[in-house]
Design a binder for this molecule. Structure first.
Ligand code: NDP
Length: 606
């Protein structure tokens, strides 16, 4: 569909939609690469040291050879909330297996300076009401979130049987004994009646495949393994005094770079930020929590109400009010107000898509105007403007990132969509110019489009020796994103094929955790050894998912990135990478009814 016309930008000048579309397309095409996900380097072999844990030394321990009721793979939010719900349901015997040296998942690893949540803490941080913790800021910083993870672990007794610095290497269904056999890199070989997995979408760091990357003789690390021994400072934002006099390169300008660049700008003598695609950086407006206000809103059930309100606002269910008021609900509010202005006869899918596009153009014009209003150097400002629809890439919110480019010694090196040309012994080359640096920091993100089993670090062998990688060869197939036929007593905790609410991942996880605890309790109470989704139920769910319209994030028309498989149409795989077609609010309501009815339709209990 093509809609032509003009509308007003924030400064009142007319904007030609068609020329904007054209510009977006040109910028996208400039960045498309035939190698897609293969452009990135996997951190194995001589690059494996980039994965070393800088936070906690490994403690020796004896291998486990026992049996537990539930084993959970992953000690991030998914494992913590599911573990907590299981403990609440009286399932005491829960063993969390985690590759990091402690709980926290993404918050265990990502301790780079300035790390903080981008979704309001009151909905982002799980189990606030249960633990009594009140976030100190609207957007909590990483140390507070990590501490909250530890709080959940302690309160629900999840440390008791946890295995840290442990990676599952093999997971095999034992048909005769109806249990899973779990083997790890620490020599463990134990069994579990049930396994659940929450290995996270963004936990395998990747490096850009820049020629010469291994020849660099200076220091280098990935942002998820921040080397405070080298930089000085600490995760709470203490000045990185060891960077005084140092020349530092940051490669990448995604959500991580947006948060750490202001800290680096203050600390380094020269900071070069190498940009392939600019992020959209909207207002952050962080604030300390007003505890008097909180005391008023914190009536029983407050967090669930807030979660539901956030989700309703996000998914265009008609919420009367916006309790959360963050950057994400702002995007949805604007869109809704545009749609609501349509005349009744214009409530057609085409007109609604047109309103969506217009609201997006307006928002992005504001974000581009914001760059001009902050960044002093006109060329830098021009290069920091994002030319794509806001949800094509992860939207960012920050009040110091753009300002960092006004700090003397901080330089944006734009690569015009091409990426860094080369890395040498001494530095980084763009457009034939070598920038000599002492340290290269890779803010280059995490594996997303690669095989699930590759990212998890293990394959799963289910009934009749079928591997999960084989069963999912054409794409993911589940019921609710949780159950897979042929893999009894195994549950996956993640958003896809469920609510798929990307603006608040923890909400997906807490709902999945609650559901899994109820199912396991039901099986234990009734003496069932096995829970498995029937093939027909799984097929019907997949069919329902495919009947939806998909989502904008998958669109190959967007500028390439991990949201859209680097701009390559992944066919059925991408079409299966979706959520419930009626939206997240409807999904949570459906799931609640499904699990509380006690019938668990589609599951077979044996
Ligand atoms: P991203 O994958 O978002 O960013 C990687 C960056 O590296 C991109 O800017 C990419 O450019 C750039 N890059 C890749 N290859 C090259 C190259 N050859 N030359 C130059 N640049 C290159 O990783 P992040 O760690 O920033 O973020 C990952 C995700 O983690 C976020 O999207 C978000 O979901 C989450 N996150 C959440 C936070 C929060 O909630 N507070 C904070 C930080 C991260 P290009 O865009 O062109 O591919």
């Amino acid at each position: 569909m093509t809609v032509t016309g003009r509308f007003a930008s924030p400064d009142g000048t007319a904007i030609d939609k068609e020329s904007l579309r054209q510009r977006y397309l040109e910028e996208r095409n400039k960045r498309l690469r035939p190698d897609g996900n293969d452009q990135y380097l996997r951190l194995t072999g001589h690059l494996a040291h980039y994965l070393d844990d800088p936070h906690t030394p490994m403690t020796p321990r004896e291998p486990k050879t026992d049996h537990v009721t539930v084993a959970f793979i992953g000690g991030g939010f998914a494992g913590l909330v599911t573990g907590a719900r299981l403990k609440e349901a009286g399932v005491d015997d829960v063993r969390i297996i985690e590759k990091g040296g402690g709980f926290g998942g993404t918050w265990y690893w990502n301790r780079y300076p300035g790390a903080q949540c981008d979704t309001a803490s009151f909905v982002y941080m799980p189990l606030l009401e249960e633990t009594g913790h009140v976030p100190t800021e609207k957007y909590a910083h990483a140390p507070e979130i990590l501490e909250h993870c530890r709080r959940i672990g302690k309160q629900f007794g999840l440390y008791d049987d946890a295995l840290f610095h442990t990676e599952v290497k093999d997971l095999r269904w034992d048909e005769e004994r109806s249990r899973w056999i779990i083997r790890t890199n620490r020599g463990d070989d134990f069994t579990a009646r049930f396994v659940a997995m929450g290995t996270g979408p963004l936990h395998v760091p990747k490096l850009p495949g820049i020629p010469g990357i291994q020849s660099f003789k200076g220091h280098s690390f990935h942002t998820s393994r921040w080397d405070y021994d080298y930089t000085g400072g600490d995760p709470s934002g203490a000045p990185m005094e060891k960077l005084a006099g140092k020349r530092v390169a940051v490669i990448g300008t995604g959500a991580t770079a947006v948060q750490c660049v202001p800290h680096l700008a203050r600390a380094c003598e020269e900071l070069y930020v190498f940009q392939r695609t600019p992020s959209s950086v909207d207002v952050r407006n962080n604030q300390p929590t007003d505890f008097e206000w909180f005391a008023q809103i914190a009536t029983p059930g407050w967090q669930q109400r807030w979660l539901e309100n956030f989700t309703a606002n996000q998914t265009n269910s008609m919420a009367d009010e916006d309790l959360v008021m963050d950057g994400w609900t702002d995007i949805a509010r604007r869109l809704r107000s545009k749609v609501m202005k349509l005349a009744p006869e214009d409530f057609t899918p085409e007109k609604m898509m047109e309103a969506f596009e217009e609201s997006d153009f307006e928002k992005m014009e504001e974000i581009r105007a914001r760059v001009d209003s902050i960044v002093e150097d006109p060329e830098t400002a021009r290069n920091l403007k994002a030319w794509y629809r806001q949800l094509c890439k992860r939207p960012c919110f920050h009040d110091e990132y753009l300002q960092a480019y006004n700090v003397p010694g901080t330089h944006l090196v734009d690569t015009d969509g091409k990426g860094v040309e080369r890395i040498t012994e001494n530095g980084v080359v763009v457009a034939g110019r070598e920038y000599e640096v002492d340290c290269v920091i890779y803010a280059s993100g995490f594996e997303v489009g690669t095989e699930y089993t590759r990212r998890a670090g293990y394959d799963m062998t289910g009934r009749d020796g079928v591997k999960l990688s084989e069963y999912w060869a054409e794409g993911m197939r589940t019921l609710h994103g949780i159950h897979v036929h042929g893999f009894p007593n195994a549950f996956i905790v993640q958003p896809t094929q469920g609510a798929n609410l990307i603006s608040n991942i923890p909400h997906n996880l807490t709902e999945a955790g609650r559901t899994i605890a109820l199912m396991i309790r039901h099986a234990l109470d009734n003496g069932f050894d096995e829970i498995e989704v029937a093939k027909e139920a799984e097929d019907a769910w997949v069919e329902l998912l495919l009947s939806g319209t998909g989502r904008l994030l998958n669109s190959p028309d967007c500028t390439p990135g991990y949201y859209n498989n680097e701009g390559q149409d992944a066919g059925l795989r991408a079409r299966l990478n979706v959520g419930y077609p009626h939206g997240a609010t409807a999904y949570f309501a459906y799931l609640d009814e499904w699990r509380t009815s006690g019938a668990f339709a589609g599951l077979e209990f044996r």
